[in-house]
Design a protein. Structure first.
Length: 516
């Protein structure tokens, strides 16, 4: 395999990503703002957090990468997304390399690269937005599997250390890396007898190198748990469902995987929608994938990928990951499915038929992307609830209004607070103590308590909501009950309550907000 094999996929990937970024159809939300805020604080000399603000999971690798980019390219939403674009190109390139190392055929590697250069919308979504290490896990997972393949064909120590480092760094970054452990362990446990690593001593020595690499890569995770009574481990064992929501059963998880998850992986359902964007044509596309995967089973050298798919399904259905079949937890399936499909189209049928099959899939993926970009709102979004999917067209006007009306400090909903905090360069400080979920009983997660402390110490904090008319009604009733007069300004979907007659405290915000 030469660099020419990657050239066409790289050009296609860069072109598509440039189109997505230039479209203005990918809105910036508070979850992504957390990454920018962490990167800014790291560059300002604050201690590097082990995990994302306010949670005992998702390591801070992504904010660290963004912090480096901020130093060279300046602080902006575009810089955050350029980091994600670089990671995405790495995923595409390593997928092609993995395909080649498994099959030895450059044509299959080319097809795999092209299928990820113009990917399903779910991959475009979670490798454009910076939301918690999903892209990094795919990249590290690919490197882990490439290391396993190399270890099976050579006795090089670097391959074993790289295996451990990729696994450990991935474990700290996002627990989704666990789905790669199944094929990795199986691949190492079934090393061919002809390998140089045949003696028991040699195997123990190399597994020791991998374990050492894992401990080094995952060191922040272990250090945090030892300091905080295994909080991260307890979170993982408790699952990912929200408090107060009963966990779905195995049948429900399997149903969600088949009906919602896999169609997103195959590019016929957007992760933010319940319907299939091509309509009935989605059944034809899913059927095509099914046939290709069944036929691909005869391709030699791909057992690790089938094992990964089987292990993923088991982990998804049996663990807390299975509560969310929208698409982000399904991302690790994309690489093995892509390589298996590429293996059949690029290696098992005629060149013309294989090329036509590739073109059909690429047209579906590209058409889905164009349709999403053109249907704006919502565009390409990680938001499932339309009330929280706010366009960015009015952000600057709100920031300018707050600056002009003594609104530097205030309370807001979660989806308003952190994005305005970041976009204003923290000249505006908003705490997310206003609720955004009906029946409006509690605010969003307080990811950075220092903001709340600053707002609580301010003279007259303002209130800022967006897209929540029922909450606005409840706020009006609460202020009337408290005897507080105020002015209100509408700016697009935003509502700013300012010039309050007295200071509101966190006690004034607590309790339910019933709608009159």
């Amino acid at each position: 395999m030469t660099w020419r094999t990657l050239l066409i996929p790289l050009i296609a990937a860069v072109g598509l990503r440039a189109l997505v970024l230039a479209s203005g159809a990918v809105s910036f939300h508070s979850d992504e703002a957390i990454v920018g805020l962490m990167a800014r604080h790291i560059n300002a000399g604050e201690p590097i957090p082990v995990f994302f603000y306010g949670q005992p999971y998702m390591g801070s690798l992504e904010p660290l990468l963004v912090a480096v980019a901020f130093r060279f390219l300046g602080e902006s939403v575009l810089t955050i997304r350029l980091v994600e674009a670089a990671i995405y190109l790495g995923i595409m390139a390593t997928t092609a390399i993995l395909a080649y190392r498994l099959t030895g055929e450059a044509r299959i590697a080319l097809f795999a690269g092209l299928l990820l250069a113009i990917p399903p919308v779910v991959l475009t979504t979670y490798t454009t937005l910076s939301l918690g290490g999903y892209g990094e896990v795919l990249l590290l997972g690919n490197l882990l599997l490439i290391g396993v393949v190399e270890a099976r064909h050579s006795a090089g120590r670097l391959a074993w250390i790289a295996i451990g480092l990729a696994a450990g760094l991935g474990w700290w970054t996002n627990a989704l890396i666990a789905v790669y452990f199944v094929p990795a362990i199986a691949g190492l446990a079934t090393m061919p007898r002809s390998s140089a690593a045949t003696t028991r001593f040699q195997n123990v020595w190399r597994m020791g190198l991998a374990a050492l690499g894992f401990l080094i890569g995952s060191a922040p995770w272990w250090a945090y748990n030892l300091s905080y009574e295994w909080e991260a481990a307890r979170f993982l064992s408790g699952g990912f469902q929200a408090s107060g929501v009963s966990a779905p059963g195995l049948v429900d998880k399997a149903f969600g995987l088949v009906i919602f998850g896999l169609p997103a992986v195959l590019g016929v359902r957007y992760p933010w929608a319940q319907t299939y964007w091509p309509g009935l044509l989605a059944l034809v596309i899913c059927g095509l994938y099914l046939v290709l995967l069944i036929l691909a089973r005869r391709q030699a050298g791909l057992a690790l990928l089938w094992l990964m798919i089987a292990g993923f399904i088991a982990i998804f259905v049996l663990s807390g990951f299975g509560i969310d079949a929208t698409g982000r937890y399904l991302l690790p399936l994309i690489v093995p499915v892509t390589i298996l499909v590429a293996a059949y189209l690029g290696g098992q049928i005629g060149r013309l038929a294989g090329s036509l099959g590739l073109i059909v899939i690429l047209v579906v993926n590209f058409g889905g992307t164009l349709n999403a970009l053109a249907t704006n709102p919502p565009g390409v979004t990680p938001q499932f609830d339309p009330s929280t999917d706010l366009p960015n067209t009015d952000d600057r006007a709100v920031i300018d209004f707050l600056k002009a009306h003594d609104g530097q400090y205030g309370y807001a909903t979660y989806w308003v607070a952190y994005r305005l905090d970041f976009l204003s360069g923290e000249q505006i400080t908003l705490s997310p103590l206003l609720p955004y979920k009906y029946p409006y009983t509690a605010g969003g997660p307080d990811r950075y308590p220092l903001y709340t402390a600053r707002v609580q110490a301010a003279d007259r904090p303002v209130l800022v909501t967006a897209n929540l008319p029922d909450l606005d009604t409840a706020i009006g009733a609460r202020l009337a009950t408290l005897g507080i007069t105020y002015e209100r300004q509408a700016i697009g979907p935003f509502r700013v309550y300012f010039q309050l007659s007295r200071r509101m405290t966190s006690d004034d915000l607590s309790g339910p907000w019933p709608i009159p």
